[in-house]
Every structure is written in structure tokens, then in C-alpha cells.
Design a protein around this ligand. Structure first.
Ligand code: 5GP
Ligand code: ZN
Length: 124
């Protein structure tokens, strides 16, 4: 745990969050400033600053993060579905911001899961 890291403090329970998932490796909680009706963050318990700090040692952890995203989207009502006629509906975006030019504000690795019935920027 890094002393001055806000997400380490959320992992440790020192700062409250609206938690929606908690396992040995990951937590997920609602973003405090949502960009869409559904906006959650998947956060490893281990402190890793950015995606660029990840190595081969983090392959399984990153895989877990990616696989949790559709599960949480489903749980929160924005899962991707194909109905019996073949029509596709729902869906969400997954996003890692990395570094200043990537728009990263919190330097503890996190995966944004963004979706909802009214996407915030049309269908791009
Ligand atoms: P970044 O820009 O680093 O990819 O995203 C950081 C995200 O963390 C932002 O969307 C911001 O709203 C969210 N965030 C920052 N501080 C807190 C906090 O204390 N609690 C929660 N729930 N979200 C936070
Ligand atoms: Zn941290």
C-alpha cells in the first residue's frame, strides 16, 4: 500500500466507496464523478501505478480485470446481449487512461467500465 494513494486507501477501507465487488485480487466501486449512467472502476488491491508499469507478472491480474468488466456491466444493466432474433443490444466501454496525455488522474491502475441506457456520446 502506498501512503498517499487514494485508491490504496479505498482498498484498505480508509476512504469510503460504493463497493460492488471484492475478491482476493480486485475491488470495484462506482466512480465518484460518473461520466455516464453506469461508471465503475475495477481496481487491483496491489498498488501498480499505470498500465505501462505492468509486466508478464501481471498478465493474470489484467485478465481478471478484463473478465470482470462484462460481469459487472451485466449486473448493472448494461451488459451486451443478442436476442433470439439475432438483434444486438446493450453494451459498454472499457478504458485504461495512462499518463498525462492519456488523461490519467489517479496513479493506481484502474479499468473504467462505462455504459448505461443513454450513452453519453452517442454510439461511437
Ligand atoms: P483516471 O482519470 O485516473 O483514469 O480516472 C480516475 C477516476 O477516479 C475519475 O473518473 C474520478 O472521478 C475517480 N475518482 C477519483 N477519486 C475518487 C474517489 O475518492 N472515489 C471514487 N469513487 N472515485 C474517485
Ligand atoms: Zn495505490
Amino acid at each position: 500500500m502506498l501512503d498517499n494513494c487514494i485508491f490504496c486507501k479505498i482498498v484498505a477501507g480508509q476512504i469510503p466507496s460504493k463497493l460492488i465487488h471484492d475478491d482476493d485480487d480486485l475491488i470495484a466501486f462506482h466512480d465518484i464523478n460518473p461520466a455516464a449512467p453506469v461508471h465503475v472502476l475495477i481496481v487491483p488491491k496491489q498498488h501498480i501505478a499505470t498500465l505501462s508499469d505492468c509486466t508478464e507478472n501481471h498478465v493474470a491480474l489484467l485478465g481478471k480485470m478484463m473478465l470482470l468488466a462484462p460481469k459487472l456491466a451485466q449486473q448493472l444493466g448494461c451488459g451486451y446481449e443478442v436476442d433470439e432474433t439475432g438483434k444486438a443490444g446493450g453494451g459498454f466501454k472499457t478504458l485504461f487512461n495512462t499518463g498525462p496525455d492519456g488523461g490519467q488522474e489517479v496513479y493506481h491502475l484502474h479499468l473504467h467500465v462505462i455504459g448505461g441506457p443513454k450513452p453519453w456520446r452517442g454510439q461511437r
